[in-house]
Design a protein around this ligand. Structure first.
Ligand SMILES: Cc1ncc(COP(=O)(O)O)c(C=O)c1O
Length: 395
């Protein structure tokens, strides 16, 4: 019999990745994943850029590269993504990662030892919870409300636990869709500096805003160099390219680079170069302007269907962007039974809330819906099915 290390034995398979497998069935209407709309992809543009790169720079595209990342994509990130947000970085402040998933993992490698206490907003991104479990961290949830993580509770937990690592998704959070208010962003940076803690600011959804005004990053308020800003091209250009960025002080970046050398040497050059070209051709702003109304229509359709189809007393968030709505059912539903009935009998998928909590019993009547991946017509049909499935189970 093989004997596995504690690291992998401590981690359960991701509930979301399991539901992803269902999406291979075309009859299933999926509100389960966190995927951008296929209609947002631009295969013709990516093909043209790829052809040009392979024609003009074949050696560089097919050769090994540096761990820090393809210089043009770091430059393009600095100029086209960070600078318009009032963030000034140099090349030494940026490493390219294989999706921001890897940025989270490298940040944990660099700062979290087994047994260390870390703080997360509750609920939070379940892949990050899995990573913390893998290293054997003690994860302490911080309370949240409609303005995101409560900074009074953050302060109390920093004090009572001695935690020195805070993980947060400030904008259109996964799974709730909520956004950390401006004053709390400032306060998170202030508290982290005061308590000598590092903040991993995971912000892959910040450019997917459909209403309201953009907010500065926590990084904008970082005066001591302890905020690690994670961005990704997954939700804006393509998740399949697997390109993300981490921006932090050169001292931190150097350690992340060493951790990355132990992981995958470097992110694949061709996808990095595609993202660099995409940004330097100035394609991102117009793309975002184009996709925002499509996503807003899907979000509004789903919100209207929640009112119409789901049980009375269902509570839900009304996000201004991102990909997710977070819902809480009245009573004490059996979410796993609901998922079984929904997927097997009604062919509609969602993600139960429990895996997003440090203590899964807290999320027993919550669930997450993704509104970006299906057309408005399929959202209406899927929500009708979900209403029927819930009607069978929720009394
Ligand atoms: C909060 C959050 N962070 C990171 C990621 C990972 O994104 P990437 O595709 O860049 O690895 C996701 C994807 O769903 C996410 O929701």
């Amino acid at each position: 019999m093989v004997r596995f290390a504690g690291r992998v034995n401590r981690v359960n398979p991701s509930a979301v990745r399991e539901i992803f497998k269902l999406m291979a069935d075309p009859d299933i209407i999926s509100f389960g994943g966190g995927s951008p709309a296929v209609e947002s992809f631009e295969p013709a543009v990516i093909r043209e850029i790829t052809d040009e790169l392979l024609t003009l720079r074949p050696d560089a595209m097919l050769q090994y590269g540096t761990t820090e990342g393809w210089i043009p994509v770091r430059e393009a990130y600095i100029e086209h993504i960070a600078r318009p947000k009032g963030l000034e970085f140099s090349l030494d402040d940026v490493v390219v990662t294989t999706g921001s998933t890897q940025g989270i993992s490298l940040s944990i490698d660099a700062f979290v030892n087994e047994g260390d206490t870390v703080l997360v907003e509750s609920p939070t991104f379940l892949a990050t919870l899995m990573m913390f479990n893998k290293v054997g961290a003690r994860v302490v949830p911080v309370e949240t409300d409609e303005d995101g993580m409560r900074t009074d509770d953050l302060k109390a937990k920093l004090e009572s636990t001695g935690a020195r690592f805070i993980y947060t998704i400030p904008t259109f959070q996964n799974p709730t869709g909520r956004t950390l208010s401006l004053s709390r962003r400032r306060e998170v940076a202030r508290l982290a500096a005061a308590y000598d803690a590092v903040v991993a600011e995971d912000d892959p959804y910040c450019d997917l805003r459909y209403s309201g005004e953009p907010l500065p990053s926590i990084k904008n308020f970082d005066e001591v160099g302890n905020v690690i800003l994670l961005n990704s091209f997954s939700k804006t250009i393509s998740p399949g390219l697997r390109v993300g960025t981490v921006a932090a002080s050169p001292e931190i970046i150097k350690k992340l680079v060493v951790a990355k050398q132990c992981s995958d040497t470097h992110t694949a050059i061709l996808p990095q170069a595609i993202c660099a070209e995409y940004l330097s051709r100035g394609l991102l702003p117009s793309h975002l302007t184009q996709v925002a109304p499509m996503y807003k229509e899907r979000l509004d359709t789903m919100l209207a269907c929640i009112e119409k189809e789901l049980p009375e007393g269902t509570d839900y968030t009304r996000p201004e962007g991102g990909l997710f709505i977070w819902l809480t059912l009245p009573g004490e539903p059996d979410m796993n039974e609901l998922l079984r009935v929904a997927t097997q009998e009604y062919k509609v998928a969602f993600v139960p809330g429990a895996p997003f909590f440090v203590d899964p019993s807290e999320g027993r009547n919550a669930f997450r819906l993704n509104f970006s991946g299906e057309t408005p017509e399929r959202i209406e049909e899927g929500m009708r099915r979900l209403g029927k499935a819930f009607g069978d189970c929720v009394r």
